[in-house]
Design a protein around this ligand. Structure first.
Ligand code: PHE
Length: 447
């Protein structure tokens, strides 16, 4: 067997894992959820949950992955202790693969819109009015073509493998994203109205914290860290034995939460700046505008207000969204592709082609039944499946995997781990605390 691919460096791993984590979830989902959940109170809940719940769950996935050096199905089977846990492992593994594929099927649609708005800024610069209208109008053909283009980009990178595809592109694209974000923030914060947005974003009203807000913040934290579906597990499986997992996991969590914070610093003040220019920033029920309306209606008002440079800023913003989406979508596609390439005789290229085509068909079906399927698939995968799968990963580490074997794995790259606070707390934490908390919230969200 050919030797298994690995990330070529620590930085490469952090870039790729951060690339997976940072996506529409951070730049669209987080500010949007913040806007519709009362501002700073949500920000506070989100950060607490990201570090106290999502980080421990991320560690569970990374450790299982590096130990197994395999796709999610084989990995979970590998730490099973008998026929029952073996079956559970297979079931959870396959379920994760399906959820990852379904997430990609709606993600590619939204990311496709980012591409069309990116192109529109170019066609407007060129004076091609009709092309611009077609690109920004909600229509089946536009949606289908832009989704297909985005899927092809994702497939092209995944076909190239780990170091030459995932790592290379994440390492190039992620720093670009940070620079673009910072430039945009500086501009927005200098505008009138920004201060009001900052206040909404940064001064929490603790009375707003409710069970519903906690559930939303938890779902957001799981989605944003790409948990539950085997993405972080497979990235962990490409890590060398010299690396300290708790440190790398902490770096990824920090970068992900940091970028979400920075994105909020851009988007929430931008809403209030747009208000100065006459944009309608509240919904009928009095909440701050969110979701597609926020990105595709309010922000363009802001861009238009900038005069000539506005087109360039729009270009930069949608480029940023496209990049962030791409480094996430490749991590979703890697989940089914690694399974197919490792468990069947298909080559990586064939697996990518086949699975990419299947997901393209899923997306097409969603587009054909947009009103009934789009929101449904998002809820099914992100609200219900991701936390539930995350729980099972924690249960595998906490209850099924033998504690000594777990210790042995985590000692690789971190010899004195036994003496650290991490090891004193984390095993019991994933065993009891995480499942109880996630399940409570899960039950709440079902009710
Ligand atoms: N974390 C990504 C984002 O924030 C989405 C994602 C979910 C990626 C699940 C991989 C797996 O956009």
């Amino acid at each position: 067997m050919a030797s298994r691919e690995q990330f070529s460096s620590n930085t490469g791993f952090v870039m790729a894992a951060a690339g997976s984590a940072i996506g529409l979830g951070n730049i669209w989902g987080f500010p949007t959820q913040t806007a519709s959940n009362g501002g700073a109170a949500f920000v506070l809940a989100y950060f607490v949950l990201a570090f106290c719940l999502a980080y421990p769950a991320l560690m569970a996935e990374l450790i299982i992955g590096r130990h197994a050096r395999a796709n999610v199905v084989t990995a979970l089977r590998g730490i099973s202790t008998g026929p029952a846990t073996y079956k559970l492992g297979s079931f959870v593994g396959y379920y994760g693969v399906i959820v990852a594929s379904l997430i990609l099927s709606f993600y590619a649609i939204i990311a496709g819109w980012m591409l069309t708005y990116l192109l529109e800024s170019v066609t407007t610069m060129l004076g091609w009015v009709e092309a611009g209208l077609w690109l920004t109008e909600f229509g089946f053909e536009r949606n289908l073509i832009s989704m297909a283009v985005f899927m092809l980009l994702t497939m092209a990178i995944i076909a190239k493998g780990v170091a030459g595809g995932i790592e290379k592109w994440s390492t190039r694209l992620m720093p670009m994203l940070l620079v673009l974000l910072l430039v945009l923030i500086v501009y927005v914060l200098m505008q009138e109205g920004a201060a009001e947005g900052l206040r909404v974003y940064l001064l929490p009203d603790i009375s707003q914290i409710s069970p519903g807000l906690i559930v939303s913040a938890m779902g957001q934290a799981f989605f944003s860290l790409s948990l539950g579906v085997g993405t972080m597990l497979i990235y962990g499986s490409y890590l060398g034995e010299k690396e300290s997992l708790p440190k790398l996991g902490a770096a990824v969590t920090l970068v992900d939460a940091g970028i979400a914070f920075i994105a909020g610093l851009l988007i929430i003040p931008a809403i209030y700046v747009a208000k100065q220019y006459g944009a309608d920033i509240f919904t009928d029920s009095g909440d701050l505008i969110a979701g597609p309306d926020l990105i595709f209606q309010v922000l363009p008002v802001l861009f238009d207000s900038m005069g000539g440079v506005g087109l360039w800023v729009a270009f930069a913003f949608f480029l940023l969204m496209s990049i962030a989406s791409l480094t996430s979508s490749i991590s979703m596609l890697e989940v089914p592709v690694s399974l197919a390439a490792e468990e069947t005789s298909a080559s990586r290229f064939q697996a990518t082609l086949l699975i990419g085509s299947v997901i393209f068909i899923f997306s097409t079906v969603i587009l054909m039944n947009f009103d009934s399927l789009f929101g449904f698939v998002i809820d099914l995968t992100t609200v219900y499946s991701q936390p539930l799968l995350g729980v099972v990963m924690c249960l595998f580490v906490g209850w099924i995997w033998h504690r000594n074997n777990l210790l042995q794995e985590i000692q690789k790259g971190h010899a004195d781990i036994e003496k650290t606070l991490f090891w004193k707390i984390w095993p019991a934490y994933v065993k009891f605390f995480c499942p109880v908390l996630i399940l409570t919230a899960f039950i709440q969200s079902v009710i």
